[in-house]
Write a protein that binds this ligand. Structure first.
Ligand SMILES: Cc1cc2nc3c(=O)[nH]c(=O)nc-3n(C[C@H](O)[C@H](O)[C@H](O)COP(=O)(O)OP(=O)(O)OC[C@H]3O[C@@H](n4cnc5c(N)ncnc54)[C@H](O)[C@@H]3O)c2cc1C
Length: 458
């Protein structure tokens, strides 16, 4: 459904012809993420805080749904405009505004791609650690809104751990600067962190200030193969119990490895049913000793192969399996849904075993990878939604696995967010009181419920 002509005209006047889209082919391009698809009535591509503020005020006055969007790499349906309305996309607000070595921070517009921020920081010898696998495409605004994690989460933390401040535009158009440039600040409630993880339900984020840390001196990388995922999961708990905190500990299962071998020609040793990509970083003088301990632990768990990288090129080869895996899997089925659970680290081997058992019970084709050092596992379901039996098997697996994870004391989302995919399971984990508080917070920010409607029931 198109927006009323007078509203479309006002939006075009605010945003200019480049900043307002309503042609069918443009609407299609902003309709989807990797989980769901629904066309908006129009798309706004603002270039400034003033434009965002004017757009929000107009939509609020006319109760038009607003769907904030970064790059649309969400895997949970979070930015999808399920009730139509306006997609408000940050892609033209994509600049790195400042990197300060002395204040150890960077200031960026919300549409800045995460990888661009990392490059700008690295050019000054600094590091922005949160590294979602999508970092070459996803935006900082999207990362803040989903509190994105990544491979280095166990060692370095996630997006919220680096968030110093942000500029939020409220639905009524008010521009509110939250937080500041201080590395320490306990004045008042931590509002930037309230916005962090709120999935576009409270405000549009226009600008973000993040903390930076010095780049580590060195890094060592190994790829080790094991007979199955439970054995690989036990290696993870053993490494962590030795008080070594790898910056990468990525677990891949048999189907993942076989698919990568088939599509990219990356060989996999005989008898390998799982692999761990392991990296430690820090001062060079400690890294070799840590890698020796890790190698010994791997051998104690009967590793069927261990490869070590001796150069940046060799490191790229070892990463190839993990980086290219999802793209390789996408070719194997009509649909790939990446589920996202996290459990206490000690329970990871049990959770991995549970996923295998549930997949077998429901006759579902499930491939599992994990950011294993922080207990975050991603069962990826390959199926054809147009086949009723496969569709039913997917739904049964998704339901049973979410309930089992909550029962185990885990969480239904470790990093991807709730969106449409997990909205049914959030109350199961959080209970009535926490849901009531969250709904109240939504009403405070957004009395008319225009922000990302159709996700959290308000
Ligand atoms: C191959 C692949 C690998 C991935 N790996 C990881 C991973 O390792 N770790 C991880 O955490 N995630 C991962 N993701 C998921 C996804 O990349 C993250 O959730 C990311 O943070 C989304 O950023 P985006 O810019 O694409 O946001 P979008 O997908 O556009 O939006 C995500 C949410 O943020 C809101 N939003 C976006 N911009 C704003 C803004 N300016 N103001 C207010 N709200 C906003 C949207 O409304 C929506 O609710 C992966 C995705 C893919 C496709």
């Amino acid at each position: 459904m198109a927006l009323p002509a007078s509203i479309a005209e006002q939006l075009r006047a605010i945003l200019g012809p480049e900043g307002f889209l309503d042609a069918p082919e443009d609407l299609r391009a902003f309709a989807y993420d990797l989980f769901a698809n629904h066309q908006p009535d129009a798309v706004a591509l603002p270039e400034s805080v003033e434009q965002v503020s004017a757009v929000m005020r107009l939509c609020n006055q006319n109760k038009i749904p607003v769907y904030p969007r970064g790059s649309g790499t969400s895997l949970a349906g979070s930015p999808v405009p399920v009730l139509g309305g306006l997609v408000l996309c940050s892609s033209r607000m994509n600049k790195v505004l400042e990197v300060s070595v002395t204040d150890r921070l960077a200031r960026v517009q919300s549409g800045c791609v995460t990888g661009d921020l990392q490059k700008a920081a690295a050019a000054q010898g600094l590091m922005y650690p949160p590294n979602p696998t999508s970092m070459l495409y996803s935006t900082i605004g999207g990362n803040v809104s989903t509190n994105a994690g990544g491979a280095s989460g166990a060692k370095y933390g996630v997006t919220r751990d680096y968030l110093l401040g942000l500029t939020a535009i409220l639905p009524n158009g008010d521009v509110v600067k939250m937080g500041n440039r201080c590395q320490k600040d306990v004045t008042g409630f931590d509002l930037p962190r309230l916005i962090c993880g709120s999935e576009g339900l409270l405000a549009f984020i226009a600008e973000v200030t993040v903390k930076l840390i010095p780049l580590p001196e060195g890094i060592r990388t190994a790829l080790a193969y094991f007979s199955d995922v439970t054995e690989a999961g036990s290696v993870v708990t053993d490494i962590v119990s030795h008080r070594i905190l790898p910056c990468t500990l990525e677990l891949m299962d048999r189907v993942f490895l076989n698919t990568v071998a088939e599509v990219y020609g990356v060989p996999c040793p005989e008898g390998a049913g799982a692999a761990l990509l392991i990296e430690v970083d820090g001062p060079d003088m400690v890294l070799d000793g840590q890698m020796e301990t890790i190698e010994r632990i791997c051998r104690e768990h009967r590793a069927v192969g261990i490869q070590l990288a001796r150069s940046e090129e060799e490191r790229d080869v070892l990463w190839k399996a993990r980086r290219g895996g999802t793209a390789a899997l996408v070719r194997k089925a009509d649909m790939l849904v990446t589920l996202d659970y996290a459990v206490p680290i000690s329970l990871l081997p049990r959770a991995l075993g549970m996923m295998e058992a549930l997949a077998a019970e429901h006759g579902c084709n499930v491939v599992t990878i994990a950011h294993a050092a922080d207990g975050n596992l991603h069962p990826m379901v390959l199926y054809s939604p147009s086949d009723p039996a496969q569709d039913a098997a997917f739904r049964a697996f998704a339901d049973a696995s979410a309930r089992a994870i909550v029962e185990l004391g885990g969480t239904v989302s470790g990093e991807h967010g709730i969106g449409l995919e997990k909205k049914e399971y959030m109350p199961l984990q959080l209970g009535d009181e926490q849901m009531r508080i969250m709904r109240g917070i939504c009403r405070l920010f957004d009395p008319y419920g225009i922000m990302n409607p159709g996700k959290l029931e308000r």
